[in-house]
Design a binder for this molecule. Structure first.
Ligand code: C2E
Ligand code: MG
Ligand code: MG
Length: 768
């Protein structure tokens, strides 16, 4: 995994916008087609139920109830009874009497005539009903109106209303157009509201039907009622008997006789004219709240938007109900609901994408978005033997391993967030100077190392730390640099390394280094210099070391140290090494023809020794180039894997078996012990130039080199010294028995042709 890829941050916004747009479209369509009409009625019914209140009693219902019918003996009783009722009511001071009845039929002539005369007598006090309804079969409007003898004396009031689907709500006309005439509705008339044909209103169904004062018709006919109950009141007369078909139901109230609709409608209109504002205002509010929710940067703000939405959503409908404003809310709820649910899910998804599934620790995306990362040093901890530990257990323990390391790193009192990318942990270090940071990291390393137990087994955790302190760089870049430093530490067998390269150009260069190196191999920018090595017994050239050179088209010559370490850290060293081996052996083969004892030394990275089938691959190269294995020396820097690793041992003995010599390069700089020197199957020890350069002045260097030579000779190895820059050093080395010498004083690394000329000259001198 290469951590430099910056995941697009831009993705968040379009997704949120899409959620918002979809919610608006869906809610808008739902509102336009009144998808929620029945639900809306149920919701309103629920609110009415909670707000339930009694009728004000200013309208009294005279109920043609079951008892009246029983006592009268028939539903078709004589209208003589109505005459008695009207007289009794008006005598008691009743205001106006409305019939929720059309008198569209005849009963007995005498009774009908008497009632017609009574109506006529009380013009302005007695009103008969009329209504129009469309026939459900023919679709034609059918008018129900008083017949003769009532028709020519009756003052008419409209009974027309409509019932919502599923009988969830009922509305009344202010006035109805009947036979081309505008007939005012009972409720509008009682409340003295201006009425317009065709317009209708929704009675306030929070008024309980049961609380409307009701007197039995038969009691009024017989004068058995409390006169005070009707004095100054408007009366509506209608059937409440179960024999009547005229019952209805609204959400929140049980079945009731339709006559009460007018009573409740009248009280409603007395309080004012109900308004219907539809779904748009609530939708608009929901759009605003949803936008607030989506724009919220923090969980707290988002929570606040939700709380506001719930508060508004719950209170506003009640407030509007009180002010007789009918509004639809469900599309608005739907809009906010969609946004809240979808955006929250999206938010969770985003959060999950910033975590590792196994350890639940935040990942690199989270680190890249951490604002503090721009201010603090970034530390990378690579668990070097992560794969090896994982492989040594039957079950997956990697997550446990990482979590345990993070737990140990978390010193109490210093809550630190650890970010995980597989075998690497990152975190932001305290703002310390480089020295203190090193100490800090060494302290942490000790915490991890000791007594590490996983599933009852002791585990040896090997780690390497990398630190990037250059806060001027972009965070993503610094994460990579910290990792690069950790990899350098790992390949140098060190605990900590800092990434110290200085400018951005360098950093960009580092990033492209590996691909540039590949390209350089392909297009011939990589070439090989040969530095002669001299046999100190006869001062003749015994061989040469092949040293890789990179001539970059714009950057000029690049030092091997600048690209070999990164290549090793990123496992790209193999190709380079084999390229050099192939080129050098192909070129040097010509030299061998004239100088059969000439030895070619080629550098091999120590970590290449862990490659499968290395001896076979090398022998294949030699077969291709025709270079004799006996004339080849491989220089390997002394390092830890030499001793323990089975594969390394196998490779070393394989190389020896082909007849290739092994040289321990940079001898003295690593951690070689006597035991090491004895066990590694090499033919040559190459003393590092750091010891050679100070040889003349430094007595301890002198002692070290001398004893090494004695020791090596004792074990049957030859000794070569590199870095000889002056004649004094050369003669000293000769005096203490060094076998071979290499250095600028003798010869600098050169082109093959120059080396070839040198060898030819030597041959001439010898011949002369
Ligand atoms: P090394 O193997 O120790 O190579 C010897 C280095 O010492 C060379 O540096 C050489 O130019 C330098 N040198 C020779 N004589 C003197 C002297 O008198 N004084 C001083 N100060 N230096 C002297 P160079 O060519 O820069 O290479 C550096 C290192 O890069 C090599 O150290 C070796 O570890 C690595 N390297 C070079 N070529 C290859 C290669 O083809 N493959 C691999 N894996 N590593 C290579
Ligand atoms: Mg070397
Ligand atoms: Mg060396």
């Amino acid at each position: 995994m290469w951590p430099f890829k910056r995941k697009s941050k831009q993705k968040k916004r379009p997704t949120r916008l899409r959620i918002f747009a979809w919610a608006c479209v869906i809610a808008g369509v739902a509102a336009a087609i009144q998808l929620f009409m029945p639900l809306e009625d149920i919701y309103r019914g629920g609110r009415n139920y909670l707000r339930a209140r009694p009728a004000d009693g200013r309208v009294v219902v005279v109920a043609i109830d079951d008892r009246s019918i029983r006592e009268l003996g028939t539903l078709n009783y004589s209208r003589i009874n109505d005459v008695a009722m009207v007289e009794n009511l008006l005598k008691s001071g009743a205001n106006r009497i409305y019939y929720d009845k059309a008198f569209a039929d005849k009963v007995d002539q005498a009774g009908d005539d008497a009632f017609a005369a009574s109506i006529n007598r009380h013009t302005g006090h007695v009103f008969l009903g009329t209504t129009v309804a469309s026939n459900s079969i023919t679709g034609l409007n059918e008018i129900t109106a008083p017949t003769e003898p009532f028709a020519h004396v009756a003052q008419l009031r409209s009974l027309t209303g409509r019932v919502a689907p599923f009988s969830l709500a009922a509305e009344l006309d202010y006035a109805t157009d009947i036979n081309g005439k505008q007939v005012v509705g009972i409720a509008a008339d009682i409340a003295r509201q201006n009425a317009e044909s065709g317009s209708h209103f929704r009675p306030d169904w929070s008024i309980r039907v049961k609380s409307v004062p009701t007197i039995s018709y038969i009691d009024v006919v017989n004068g058995r009622f409390d006169h005070k109950q009707v004095a100054g009141r408007d009366i509506i007369v209608g059937k409440t008997t179960v024999l009547s078909a005229d019952w209805l139901q609204v959400a929140g109230q049980n079945w009731f006789p339709a006559v009460y609709t007018h009573a409740i409608g009248a009280q409603t209109l007395r309080a004012g004219r109900p308004a219907d504002i539809g779904a748009l205002p609530a939708l608009f509010a929901a759009v605003l709240l949803a936008a607030m929710f989506l724009r919220a940067q923090t969980r707290r703000r988002a929570g606040l938007a939700v709380v506001a939405a719930i508060l508004f959503g719950l209170t506003i409908p009640f407030v509007l109900d009180v002010y007789l404003v009918t509004a639809d809310f469900l599309p608005a709820y739907l809009l906010f609901g969609i946004v809240a649910v979808r955006a929250t899910a999206h938010r969770h998804l985003l959060e999950a994408s910033r975590r590792n599934a196994g350890t639940l620790m935040p990942n690199l995306s989270a680190l890249r978005e951490e604002p503090l990362a721009a201010l603090r040093p970034v530390i990378a901890l690579r668990i070097r033997n992560y794969a090896a530990i994982g492989a040594s257990f039957a079950d997956p323990v990697e997550d446990e391993l990482v979590s345990e390391i993070a737990r140990r790193l978390n010193v109490p009192g210093h809550a630190t967030t650890y970010y995980q990318a597989e075998d690497v942990l990152y975190w932001l270090a305290p703002e310390l100077n480089a020295n203190d940071l090193r100490g800090h990291v060494e302290g942490l390393a000790r915490l991890i190392e000791s007594h590490f137990v996983i599933r009852d087994r002791k585990v040896d955790v090997q780690m390497a730390f990398g630190i990037d302190m250059d806060i001027s760089r972009p965070v993503a870049n610094r994460i990579g640099r910290a990792l690069l430093a950790a990899d350098n530490a790992a390949s140098n067998q060190e605990l900590v390394k800092f990434n110290t390269s200085v400018n951005d150009e360098d950093s960009a260069w580092e990033l492209s280094l590996m691909s540039e190196l590949d390209a350089a191999i392909d297009n011939g920018d990589i070439w090989i210099a040969y530095q002669p090595q001299f046999n100190l017994t006869d001062d003749l050239i015994s061989g040469a070391e092949a040293l890789v050179r990179w001539q970059h088209p714009t950057r000029g010559a690049i030092s091997p140290e600048a690209f070999i370490l990164p290549a090793e850290a990123h496992n790209r060293i193999s190709r380079l090494t084999f390229h050099v081996l192939e080129e050098a052996t192909r070129a040097a083969r010509k030299l061998i023809a004239d100088n059969p004892t000439f030895r070619l030394s080629v550098n091999v990275s120590a970590n290449l020794l862990q490659q499968e089938h290395l001896p076979f691959k090398i022998s294949q190269v030699l077969a291709r180039t025709g270079f004799p294995a006996g004339n080849l020396t491989l220089e390997v820097t002394e390092s830890a894997p030499f001793k323990e690793h089975n594969l390394v041992k196998k490779n070393l003995s394989g190389i020896a078996a082909i007849g290739i010599d092994l040289s321990i390069d940079d001898y003295g700089t690593g951690n070689a012990t006597l035991e090491y020197l004895r066990s590694v199957p090499c033919q040559e020890i190459k003393i590092d130039r750091r010891f050679v350069i100070g040889l003349v002045e430094n007595a301890s260097d002198m002692m070290l080199v001398e004893s090494t030579i004695v020791l090596a000779h004792g074990l049957g190895r030859r000794v070569i010294a590199e870095g000889i820059e002056d004649p004094e050093t050369l003669s000293l080395l000769r005096a203490i028995g060094c076998d071979i010498a290499q250095g600028y004083y003798l010869a600098k690394p050169m082109q093959l042709e120059a080396l070839s000329n040198l060898l030819a000259n030597e041959a001439k001198v010898r011949a002369a």
